[in-house]
Write a protein that binds this ligand. Structure first.
Ligand code: ADQ
Length: 408
């Protein structure tokens, strides 16, 4: 059975601004050394699906660079991860929606002639063995199988909401981001949400995309248009993510899936990583999360001119970090971060090469690459002041964009 994987990585990620000001959402750094796209690509690679096309569009420079530097598979064995930027192949327009992105790249499917096509989103934090979903899809003979997970009812308007037949397999209704969803019969405060991960029978996908392309009223969106088309014809099934068991997983981290589409969700997913018993276990070496890294030296903790020794507690510390007389508490320090004497960073995410000056204090913040926090500056204390100069989320997390200049 031949399977081609297509990863949709063209999303704009408006709600993650300023982190997506000059990079696509799937290229946003996560967990110190990763980028969001590493999670879906690792899931596919660990499952041995090694013909992977990544459709990019929006501000794709750092994404393309990351994929071509990191995700080099052995082409001799016919394996590849290929970023395909929107090329305006069908006239002078960018992709309209995710279905249009697939339609414009149908040639990639014709080149491979797979039996089934996996179409996965690129911006979630999770471990999943996609083979189990593909197996169910093949056994059932469905045109499309949609991965689903229970989510809180109040988030229903962020997801494709699924209703199934009483057996829980066939999809009888699929509504994209409904404002008036009702809860499940056995859990009124939950809905069954699409994870944005699909497996299609190739021929069914091609026919649906062609039909959709001819419809002037369509938004050419997979969730909004294509999946409902299959629901109507009775060919859509659900794959319950709760049944997915990844090698090396434990009862605790099974079923973990985070849509990090908002700054608060992005922040919370990081705070989970540094909790004593994180739900998402980065240390499962039977299902590794792959990434690419510059050859940096090990992290070091030193003192400066007889000051106290730099230290980090309950934190993730990446290679290339220098903690020189400063303190990090419950924080993520990405490669190349430097904390100078008497600086103090807590409950924060510092991305690559952030420098925190002498005596500066940073609390509950996400600080993007290359930002320099001047000596003695205070971030996350006076939120009214921070709001005037940075982004502050609903829950009070201060977010400073890449290369932003910070005044004291
Ligand atoms: P959203 O994530 O809101 O909902 P969308 O913006 O289409 O839907 O993004 C889906 C994926 O496609 C993302 O990985 C994005 O990066 C990518 N993408 C979007 N437009 C693209 C384009 N033109 N070219 C290439 N890639 C593109 C979707 C589903 C919901 C489901 C949620 C789960 O539509 O039904 O519940 O994902 O988070």
């Amino acid at each position: 059975m031949k399977v081609l994987a297509i990863v949709l990585a063209g999303g704009e990620g408006k709600r993650l601004m300023p982190l997506t000001a000059d990079r696509a959402k799937p290229a946003v750094p996560f967990g110190g050394i990763y980028r969001l796209i590493d999670f879906v690509l690792s899931n596919l690679a660990n499952a041995n699906y090694l013909q992977i096309v990544v459709l990019t569009q929006y501000k794709n420079h750092s994404l393309d660079r990351h994929i071509s530097r990191t995700w080099r598979l052995s082409s001799m064995l016919g394996n590849y991860v290929t970023p395909v930027p929107a090329q305006q192949r069908l006239g002078p327009r960018w992709f309209a929606g995710s279905a249009d992105a697939l339609f414009q790249n149908l040639n990639l499917i014709y080149d491979e002639l797979p039996d089934h096509v996996i179409v996965f989103g690129a911006d979630h934090i999770y471990r999943m063995d996609p083979r189990q979903m593909v197996e169910q899809h093949i056994d059932s003979g469905a045109d499309v199988t949609v991965a689903a997970i229970r989510q809180p009812l109040q988030l229903a308007d962020q997801f494709g909401v699924i209703e199934t037949d009483p057996a829980g397999r066939r999809i009888v209704a699929f509504r994209e981001k409904p404002k008036d969803a009702v809860g499940l019969a056995d859990a009124p405060d939950q809905v069954y949400a699409s994870m944005g991960n699909y497996v299609f029978r190739t021929q069914s996908l091609i026919e649906a995309l062609r039909e959709d392309a001819l419809d002037p009223g369509s938004k050419h969106d997979l969730g909004g248009n294509i999946i409902p088309m299959f629901v109507k014809s009775g060919g859509a099934e659900v794959y319950d993510f709760a049944h997915n068991v990844v090698p090396g997983s434990t009862e605790r981290d099974r079923g973990y899936w985070r849509d990090v589409g908002t700054l608060d969700a992005f922040y919370d997913a990081h705070m989970d990583l540094i909790s004593v018993h994180p739900v998402f276990n980065l240390y499962n070496d039977r299902w590794p999360i792959y990434t690419g890294q510059d050859p940096l030296p090990p992290a070091k903790f030193v003192h400066n001119d007889g000051d106290r020794i730099g230290h980090a507690l309950e934190s993730l510390v990446s290679p290339g970090v220098i903690v020189s007389g400063g303190t990090a508490l419950r924080s993520i320090l990405s490669p190349g971060v430097v904390l100078h004497s008497h600086s103090h960073v807590e409950d924060s995410v510092l991305m690559g090469c952030v420098k925190v000056g002498r005596g500066a204090i940073v609390r509950r913040a996400i600080i993007d690459k290359n930002v320099v926090i001047p000596d003695g500056a205070r971030i996350g204390f006076d939120l009214d002041y921070d709001r005037q100069r940075f982004t502050v989320t609903d829950s009070g997390v201060v977010v400073i964009g890449k290369n932003e200049i910070v005044e004291r």
